[in-house]
Design a protein around this ligand. Structure first.
Ligand SMILES: [Cu+2]
Length: 250
């Protein structure tokens, strides 16, 4: 099976699924339609890992879904992450980071934004600013952090903070890859902004063989995405999130 080049290393970053989409487009020039079809959710040649396709209740591609794995091994360190603001939107819409990660909030627009979160996992405020604030924001507790902008009410972004060592966010085609994943058994958690009360869902266990695994994950999401920042109920969220976290302990 034709594979994609092995460019995804270690802990997936938010930008990688997008980079991957660009690679897929580039590949169209080099492979037949059949080869492309086969390789769309294929793993890089020789790499073990998980290639996942996230779909909603109707089987349609589900973008901005987080898949995280708990089980074998752990990533070595937390790479700094970036939540950009571009064209009066948060980019990416969903950023997944490991607990203890520092996130930069550059403003790529030539107008000012005022970023805030009231979410229990991280309350903070970056008052009206342009450019990149000098200090990144540390996300040290697992949970969902809903971002808003005081100036532009429609700006909504999400930072999914997890203790799980392996995770990735699905791209516009609902696809994600977790590369260099040791073979073994994992517990799967899925999350999406449109899940009820924004709680992660336990999605069973997964046995990843040496040669890697491609799998489709359905996730029933309800209703439209929130149009303005709302935070989950602190108590209900905290308790349920802890419960979900416990349930996926190896
Ligand atoms: Cu703004």
């Amino acid at each position: 099976m034709a594979g994609l080049s092995a460019t995804l290393r270690e802990l997936p970053k938010h930008s990688r699924p997008r980079r991957r989409a660009v690679e897929v487009i580039a590949m169209k020039r080099h492979f037949s339609a059949l080869a492309l079809l086969l390789s769309c959710i294929a793993l890089p040649v020789g790499a073990s890992g998980l290639a996942a396709e996230l779909v909603d209740g109707q089987g349609q591609p589900l973008a901005n879904a987080v898949l995280s794995l708990k089980g074998v091994g752990a990533s070595a360190h937390n790479e700094p992450a970036i939540m950009d603001q571009r064209d009066k939107q948060f980019m990416p819409t969903v950023l997944a980071v490991r607990s203890g990660t520092a996130v930069k909030f550059p403003n790529s627009d030539n107008i000012r934004h005022h970023v805030y979160s009231f979410s229990p996992a991280k309350r903070f405020e970056l008052r009206l600013y342009k450019g990149t604030p000098s200090e990144p924001v540390l996300f040290d507790k697992p949970g969902v952090v809903v971002l808003g902008c005081n100036i532009h009410d429609w700006m909504v972004g999400y930072i999914y903070v997890t203790d799980d060592p392996w995770f990735a966010v699905s791209d516009a085609q609902g696809r994600l890859v977790i590369d260099n994943l040791p073979a073994g058994d994992y517990q799967v958690s899925l999350w999406h902004p449109q899940l009820a009360e924004m709680l992660p869902q336990a999605a069973g266990s997964l046995q990843v063989p040496e040669k890697g695994l491609s799998q489709r994950f359905p996730l029933a999401v309800a209703g439209a995405a929130p149009t303005e920042p709302t935070s989950p109920k602190p108590d209900a969220f905290g308790e349920a999130f802890r419960k979900a976290t416990r349930e996926v302990q190896p």
